[in-house]
Design a protein around this ligand. Structure first.
Ligand code: F6P
Length: 529
């Protein structure tokens, strides 16, 4: 890459694109015109443009579950009817969104009163995976736009510490729960919801209070009603939206409560602009397509196994977690659309961390490790409440780190630098090998004006579509998740085995050994409190 930059002073102009507030610089990648041409050829061979249309028009591209993948419909700003399963879903979408907005505004304006006529101060979302990570990431990212006297919390883990630590400081009279579960059968969520209801009833003493303090977001209204949620507090989502793609729906209720309806509309509008770009822009200027192709280039031609997302923005601290689910649960597949095992690698291991912390954690490996780790670098030009000195230091690291990863440091440069420091020949000779940086380590930088709702919506949609294009090229279904079912089912069986003191022999020796040790050691077995 260093040589290519030295030879072509216009490389940045050639390999960067601007979409509204976002500058996408992909010039610090191991590509040239031939690479891009061949990758675009691969895109056409995989019929990507046709698949893009299939997704937008609602074809059942999630073929194993016979479902469409219509997250784009959730933010559609047009008026063309969208027919799925014979119904115009745009009307349903907008009706449910208005209901969710109404509740959110009633809570935000303190019009909504709890059972003891108090305003709500704390909203607790109980959900996991796509029913948590998207809303959590977005509410954290848009914290500057939130009310200061209304806190939004997320409980997802079945580990009792999560719900205990959250409810410990909350007042049941001013706490409102949202039970978010597309299926309304996820064990972790239902156990947490039961515990939350018991906490509320025990503290307030009356089952009837549920109507003023509990709501649900689900595609299974019947189960939500059976749980005791009042029908007017149930918000529908649909089978044709994948959980990890659902924050645009009423799963986004915590976001609407946190930032208000107007900012939520901006989030939708940002995503919609990317949808339009994705659907109508020629492939060679199509940012999600290029993001996808860069990933394919490293994953399938350099055989790297991972990618890093390194936001230089503290408010994006939950973005890597969100991206892990949407990327790895979508493309962590080894069977193709025809049911055959693939003979190439598919979804990468996605990890990340907030910068500059990550520079003091794992950048050593990025710079001098034996593994090539392509990285995406989202960074804001200014912040909602920038302290200019801080922000400049932050941004200097964005530019310096991506340059250092690309250029590296040659033996000659190391030698000159150590000589200039006045080190003796012997000491220099001993140190030089450790101070050489191979460089040629790729990064793509997403520089955006500021992290507002519209830009966040756009960034999320860019990644949704990048992941979709990769799935199409790998000929896999990015919208099912059979891989999460097996472990869940085994856990349900083992749960029954844990309910008594009997020693277990029904598994392999490791699983038996672990269960039996656990049983022997747990306090109730040792007669301890
Ligand atoms: O992780 C498996 C999964 O099904 C995710 O796809 C989903 O987002 C999560 O569990 C929660 O599912 P639900 O919203 O149905 O509770």
């Amino acid at each position: 890459m260093r040589d290519m930059f030295d030879r072509d002073k216009k490389r940045f102009d050639k390999y960067s694109l601007q979409l509204n507030d976002i500058l996408f610089d992909y010039s610090k990648n191991r590509i040239n015109d031939e690479t891009v041409t061949l990758l675009l050829q691969l895109t056409n061979e995989a019929d990507v443009p046709a698949w893009i249309e299939k997704m937008f028009v609602g074809e059942q591209i999630n073929h194993t579950e016979h479902r469409a993948a219509m997250h784009t419909a959730l933010r559609d700003q047009g008026n063309q009817p969208l027919i799925v399963d014979g119904a115009n879903i745009l009307a349903d979408i907008r009706e449910e969104r208005e209901r969710a907005k109404q509740l959110a505004e009633n809570i935000r304006t303190k019009k909504w009163r709890g059972a003891t006529n108090q305003a709500i101060t704390d909203v607790v979302n109980i959900g996991i995976g796509g029913s948590c990570l998207g809303p959590l990431m977005a509410t954290e990212a848009l914290k500057p736009y939130a009310l200061h006297d209304l806190n939004v919390h997320f409980i997802s883990n079945i580990d009792e510490n999560h719900i205990n630590d959250t409810l410990e400081y909350l007042n049941p009279e001013t706490t409102f729960f949202i039970i978010s579960s597309k299926s309304f059968t996820t064990q972790e969520t239902l156990v947490n919801a039961e515990t939350a209801r018991n906490w509320h009833v025990n503290e307030l003493g009356n089952q009837e209070y549920i109507d003023r303090h509990f709501s649900a977001v689900t595609s299974n209204v019947k189960l939500a009603k059976e749980f005791g949620i009042a029908e007017e507090n149930i918000f529908k989502i649909w089978s044709w939206v994948g959980g990890r793609y659902s924050l645009w729906s009423s799963i986004g209720l915590p976001i609407i409560i946190a930032i208000g309806s107007e900012h939520f509309d901006e989030l939708l509008a940002g995503a919609y602009e990317v949808d339009q770009h994705f659907r109508h822009t020629p492939l060679e200027k199509n940012i999600p397509v290029l993001m996808a192709l860069l990933g394919i280039w490293y994953n399938n031609f350099f055989e790297v196994q991972s990618m890093a997302v390194l936001p230089y923005d503290e408010h994006l601290h939950r973005f890597p977690d969100y991206l892990q689910q949407i990327d790895m649960e979508s493309n962590g597949k080894y069977v193709d659309r025809q049911g055959y095992e693939v003979d190439y690698t598919t979804g990468p291991v996605v990890f990340g961390g907030i910068c500059v912390e990550a520079q003091h954690a794992f950048f050593q490996l990025l710079h001098q490790g034996t593994k090539l780790v392509p990285a995406d670098i989202p960074a804001p030009i200014y912040d909602f409440n920038s302290i200019e000195k801080h922000h400049r230091v932050l941004m200097s690291n964005v530019f310096a780190q991506t340059e250092a990863l690309m250029r590296g440091k040659t033996e000659e440069e190391v030698y000159e630098a150590l000589k200039a420091k006045g080190l003796g020949e012997e000491q220099i000779k001993q140190l030089v090998p450790y101070l050489i940086f191979p460089g040629n380590r790729p990064t793509s930088t997403l520089l955006f004006n500021t992290l507002n709702a519209k830009t966040l919506g756009a960034i999320i949609a860019l990644y949704e579509h990048k992941i979709f294009v990769q799935g199409v090229i790998w000929n896999i279904n990015s919208f099912d998740q059979w891989g999460v079912e097996f472990g869940k089912r085994l856990a349900k069986n083992i749960l029954h085995e844990l309910n008594d003191a009997k020693q277990i022999k029904s598994h392999d020796s490791s699983t038996n050994g672990l269960i039996n040790h656990y049983k022997r050691q747990r306090p109730e077995q040792k007669g301890e409190k």
